[in-house]
Design a protein around this ligand. Structure first.
Ligand SMILES: NC(=O)c1ccc[n+]([C@@H]2O[C@H](COP(=O)([O-])OP(=O)(O)OC[C@H]3O[C@@H](n4cnc5c(N)ncnc54)[C@H](OP(=O)(O)O)[C@@H]3O)[C@@H](O)[C@H]2O)c1
Length: 307
């Protein structure tokens, strides 16, 4: 069996040490780490992986695409996809800024407590605070993809609308299932934001590190919400009263998760995804695939727990 070689392609000048360590922990024997990768210079790096091993041995080479500039990483991923041909391809995991694994883990956490899929008696309603960032956009995309009604909240109506438009145009989400909401912080009981909170079943805060997006008055207004998830690990919390370590902590009629409470699931998804790209050369794992992996892990966990 040839050694498992992971080609780590990072758009930042220095490839992420976090992504490298997770790869080693997930079983990669050798890491080839490249920084400063762009859609213009990636092809020779991909060819090097495609043409060195043949037949079944090709599955022992895989590619990870990362970096903090999500748009640049997605352009690299698109270039890699178009470089493959026929059976000459490698398993690929795309997770810039950890946005795909984090969003998938947040949706798995929400789905433990509320039916997210279309077909439930009343469609689930979710609010994504900070919904314009890399993580928030993907949370919105994954929830909408399951049939949940999603309110994308931003300090700018234009930015929120750009996200909902993108979901409609690129992902085929029905406009009826999306709402763009402008909110500038603080809370007013007579605002549109208050009405959106009052109707919510799930609230996910995906705002920038250290920014509080939902204060205690906002939490009270979200009286029907059954799940609050705060993905910000840097104090103060993104949702007042939620601690980073909270993991399905009961709080009134809701459960709350903090960033570390979701982080364990994120890590499991990341490692399982790395295992997948070393077993299937046709695996090209994006946010939706990572959610499917997370849901599979969740189903396995539940069946282990059941008597
Ligand atoms: N748990 C994990 O493993 C993990 C992994 C990755 C990321 N994270 C966390 O997930 C969160 C989202 O990550 P990200 O990279 O998507 O975040 P980001 O791009 O830094 O920010 C997300 C959004 O927050 C809004 N925002 C920025 N500054 C704000 C402020 N001062 N007040 C209110 N809103 C503000 C912006 O939206 P508008 O300008 O449109 O309002 C921005 O698009 C972060 O807290 C990050 O640390 C966690």
């Amino acid at each position: 069996m040839p050694k498992k070689v992971l080609i780590q392609l990072d758009c930042d000048p220095q490839p992420s040490t976090f992504d490298a360590i997770v790869a080693v922990d997930a079983g990669a024997d050798v890491l080839l780490r490249h920084g400063g990768v762009t859609a213009e210079n990636v092809v020779p790096l991909v060819h090097g992986g495609m043409f060195t091993r043949g037949g079944g041995d090709l599955a022992s080479t895989a590619i990870f695409v990362g970096g903090s500039d999500v748009a640049a990483a997605e352009a690299v991923a698109a270039k890699i996809r178009s470089t493959f041909f026929g059976p000459v391809r490698l398993g690929v995991l795309v997770d810039p800024s950890g946005a795909n694994t984090t969003a998938a883990a947040a949706v798995v956490a929400a789905g433990r407590h509320v039916p997210l899929a279309a077909g439930a008696a009343a469609p689930c309603r979710a609010v994504v605070l900070g919904g314009t960032g890399p993580v928030g956009q993907r949370v919105a995309r994954l929830l909408a993809g399951k049939g949940t009604h999603v309110a994308v909240v931003s300090r700018s109506r234009e930015r929120a609308e750009a996200v909902t438009r993108q979901l409609i145009d690129a992902k085929g989400v029905s406009a009826a299932n999306l709402q763009a909401v402008e909110h500038h912080g603080g809370f007013r009981a007579d605002s549109g934001f208050a009405r959106v909170l009052a109707a919510a079943d799930v609230i996910v805060a995906a705002g920038a590190a250290g920014a509080t997006l939902l204060d205690s008055a906002g939490r009270l207004a979200a009286a029907n919400a059954r799940v609050f998830i705060d993905l910000n690990a840097v104090p103060p919390s993104g949702i007042e009263g939620v601690s980073a370590g909270d993991k399905a902590r009961a709080d009134g009629q809701a459960v709350v998760y903090g960033a570390l409470g979701v982080g364990g699931t994120k890590m499991k998804i990341h490692k399982a995804a790395l295992a997948r790209i070393f077993s299937a050369t046709d695996a090209f794992l994006d946010a939706e695939d990572l959610l499917a992996i997370g849901e599979g892990l969740e189903a396995a966990r539940r069946s282990m727990d059941s008597p």
